[in-house]
Design a protein around this ligand. Structure first.
Ligand code: 5GP
Ligand code: MN
Length: 344
């Protein structure tokens, strides 16, 4: 029904590790999105049904909306409970690394993750995995970690444990990473998996409402302000930039997730090929980029902002002031135009 993409050897090793493990921990990347949270929760749910002691660790808080996913409140936020998170990693028999492929992506948990004695299993869909896990299941061609995780569960013959809760959690990740099946979603087999999740009881209407049609009044006003007052559209460069300072964020009582889809908005303007959003955090500037077609924002984020991601969705960080970050982005526009846009 769907092709077998995961190496037999990895399936066998993973099955053996699961047999031998009782205390299982999942970890995902910092700033957990729907795919990171969805894959963590779904795997934990299925393994819990198998009788394992499972805990999900998130390196820092996720959005209040994602906290409404089933069982999300059971996750351990390592920012709020650093010692507990480290103890869980230290005492685990098996650690799943979900939706990231480099230890740097778990931020302050990096040392505890690398020091943990338990074997690590990476299940991820980002490019260029680093070699830190005992089992690496890395498939950048998969639209979401949740999509890949479904395939892993299928190969482990664990689909009988996939109830409506786990199916909903997996679908949350697929919908998040494809913008509700709008981009990066032309793989026909993705729909076979979505159909299977629906058959298992995934609550699609709830997810669409939660992920795409729920917004706080503050967030709605902040996004409207950002687009109206702060968006620079460089038509001749095929680029757009939005930057928000702490003061502006505070004015709208910003909370995590409030600007989640802002970076996508300029892409709707004809001629805008890529978009950059800069958000002033306490100690750095958070960089988010999105693009369409084959414009590689992951290359730009890796080369200039110490980050990475996917071809059309990437991020990174900038050390300096917000204005310096804006200048750094503007300075790249000419080069980007020559390298990626004009050559067509
Ligand atoms: P976002 O802009 O929503 O934070 O991230 C978009 C994509 O880029 C996600 O797939 C995320 O994993 C990746 N990404 C975001 N920030 C970073 C970063 O600092 N480093 C790396 N390697 N990837 C990032
Ligand atoms: Mn993902």
């Amino acid at each position: 029904m769907i092709s077998r993409i995961i190496k037999d050897e990895n399936v066998r090793r993973l099955a053996r590790m699961l047999d031998e493990a009782q205390r299982v921990v999942t970890v995902c990347h910092m700033g957990p999105d729907g795919d990171a949270v969805g894959s963590s929760l779904a795997l934990a749910h299925v393994l819990d049904r198998l009788g394992k002691d499972v805990r999900c660790i998130i390196p820092d808080a996720t959005s209040s909306l994602l906290m409404r996913l089933p069982e999300a409140k059971e996750m351990v936020d390592a920012c709020r409970h650093p010692d507990f998170a480290r103890t869980l990693l230290r005492d685990a028999d098996l650690i799943f690394c979900l939706d990231f492929n480099d230890p740097a992506r778990v931020d302050r948990l990096k040392d505890a993750l690398l020091a943990a004695k338990a074997p690590k299993v990476m299940i991820d869909h980002h490019e260029n995995p680093s070699d830190f896990a005992s089992v690496t299941i890395s498939h950048p061609e998969m639209a979401a970690t949740c999509y890949l995780l479904f395939r892993v569960l299928c190969r482990l013959e664990l689909l009988p444990e996939l109830d409506a809760t786990a199916a909903t959690q997996l679908l949350a990740g697929i919908l998040t990473d494809t913008g509700g099946l709008s981009y990066n979603s032309s793989d026909p087999e993705l729909y076979v998996v979505v159909a299977e999740l629906l058959r298992h009881g995934a609550d699609k209407p709830m997810l669409y409402k939660l992920l795409f049609n729920t917004v706080s009044e503050n967030s709605m006003r902040l996004n409207a302000y950002a687009v109206d007052r702060k968006m620079e559209v460089h038509h001749d460069m095929g680029a757009a930039l939005i930057a928000l300072s702490r003061a502006e964020l505070n004015r709208y009582h910003y909370s995590k997730g409030d600007t989640e889809s802002l970076v996508n908005k300029p892409l709707a303007i004809p001629g805008v090929v890529y978009s950059c959003f800069l958000r002033e955090e306490e100690h750095y500037i958070k960089v988010s980029m999105r693009s369409q077609g084959d414009f590689p924002v992951n290359e730009i984020c890796a080369a200039h902002f110490g980050g990475g991601g996917h071809l059309n969705a990437a991020g990174g960080q900038f050390q300096g002031t917000l204005e310096e970050a804006c200048d750094a982005f503007r300075a790249l526009m000419n080069e980007n135009k020559k390298k990626y846009i004009d050559k067509k």
